[in-house]
Design a protein around this ligand. Structure first.
Ligand SMILES: Cc1cc2nc3c(=O)[nH]c(=O)nc-3n(C[C@H](O)[C@H](O)[C@H](O)COP(=O)(O)OP(=O)(O)OC[C@H]3O[C@@H](n4cnc5c(N)ncnc54)[C@H](O)[C@@H]3O)c2cc1C
Length: 359
């Protein structure tokens, strides 16, 4: 996402960006739901990509349930959601194939000359290298070896289910709401997102849920060891959770309000991701910069990962447009976005620790 936001924003302001994406095929979402923050919607409109209403769903009430499923409290609030795949598809279609090189991994960066080395051994130079490589960025490891992701002591179980596959009472219970259940050491939430092809009409949407869990002494290594026997550090993707792990988690859903228990029970593929915090002291090194999750990973409670990537990208294009030299632009951008990222990560820590009773 960060690469595409940057590519589109820089192209619009007259630059000639090229994106190198190591995945060879179409990227598939591991998750589903994204809060479509206002700046993401504005980006879609401003760049004539799509009318945001066409790929978003809305809730009009934030609702907390008791363990038995009664409404404990509710407040009017409009939230706008989309799915990772619907947003990605729109951004991808808005960027030319010619300058989007798939199956091309960057294996090294020389910041002084803004040069990248590609996995076939060749080199490419530009005015600036933007590493939008996500939370496991190898370029960040190269440029900021001391900035390590820090495990936050809890995980998020996740799932997406077609509303058509759910009992009508379950759909009705979640419709139009952003629904939560806060337990002693767990927090679960659900909201509607567009269907697999971006459908937003009732009947063809999907329900997205996220279940934060401190694991209550369970063995994290066992949970994060996937069906191939490899231990994953950050996430086990859909279809890769071992059967005993999936079974145990479905059983644990009995501790949730009945509608959430149904939701988890009806979800074909659960997956899990570790929650962690990441900050870098600075996003720029000479002519290379770290953008999006490659620089700062804030906990999902902030609902800001994708919005931050958009903010970094638009701010970078603005900085180039409003400064005489590339170096001045990068320095100004670095100051502004490093401050933003650090503040967001700190806010996410506070939110998560309070909600999971970790403070
Ligand atoms: C397939 C996928 C599905 C996702 N699904 C969800 C979701 O459902 N809900 C949600 O909230 N968030 C999801 N995310 C995360 C979300 O996209 C990010 O948190 C946010 O948009 C910030 O994006 P980013 O560009 O910084 O990093 P990312 O979105 O992680 O993108 C990094 C990209 O860089 C590529 N890359 C990494 N290293 C190299 C390299 N050396 N050379 C070339 N390419 C490289 C990766 O293949 C990837 O496409 C998903 C990310 C991915 C990659």
């Amino acid at each position: 996402m960060g690469g595409l936001f940057t590519g589109i924003a820089l192209k619009r302001s007259g630059h000639r960006p090229t994106i190198y994406e190591r995945s060879a095929g179409a990227l598939e979402s591991r998750g589903g739901g994204i809060v479509a923050q206002r700046n993401i919607r504005r980006f879609l409109s401003d760049h004539d990509i799509v009318d945001p209403d066409e790929i978003t769903t809305r809730s009009h009430e934030r609702r907390f349930l008791t363990e038995c499923g009664d409404v404990e409290r509710a407040a009017s609030e409009t939230m706008v959601f989309t799915s990772w795949d619907a947003l990605y598809r729109q951004l991808r279609d808005a960027f030319s194939d010619e300058r989007y090189r798939t199956g091309t991994a960057v294996t090294g960066v020389t910041p002084e000359t803004a040069t990248v080395t590609i996995d076939d051994g060749s080199e490419r130079s530009a005015d600036v290298v933007v590493a939008a490589e996500g939370g496991r960025s190898a370029t960040r490891e190269q440029l900021r070896p001391d900035a390590d992701p820090e495990f936050a002591s809890y995980v998020a179980w996740r799932g997406v289910v077609d509303e058509a596959a759910l009992p009508a009472a379950c759909v009705e219970a979640f419709d139009g709401t952003f629904t939560f259940f806060q337990g002693a050491d767990q927090l679960v939430l659900a909201y509607f997102i567009p269907g697999p092809d971006g459908e937003t009409e009732p009947g063809s949407r999907r329900l997205n849920w996220v279940w934060y869990d401190t694991l209550d002494g369970r063995d994290r290594t066992a949970i994060f060891t996937d069906t191939s026997g490899s231990e994953r550090t950050f996430s086990v993707s859909p279809g890769r959770l071992r059967e005993p792990v999936r079974h145990r988690q479905r059983e644990r859903a009995a501790t949730l309000p009945p509608v959430f228990e149904t939701l988890v029970g009806e979800t074909p593929d659960l997956f899990v991701q570790a929650i962690y915090d990441l900050t870098v002291p600075s996003m720029v090194a000479d002519r290379a910069c770290l953008l999006g999750d490659g620089a700062f990973v804030a906990r999902p409670h902030t609902a800001a990962g994708t919005a931050k990537a958009e903010g970094d990208a638009t701010a970078l294009a603005d900085a180039f447009a409003s400064h005489e030299s590339v170096d001045e632009a990068l320095a100004a951008w670095d100051q502004r976005r490093t401050e933003y990222g650090s503040t967001l990560v700190a806010r996410g820590k506070r939110m998560g620790d309070v909600r999971l009773n970790l403070d």
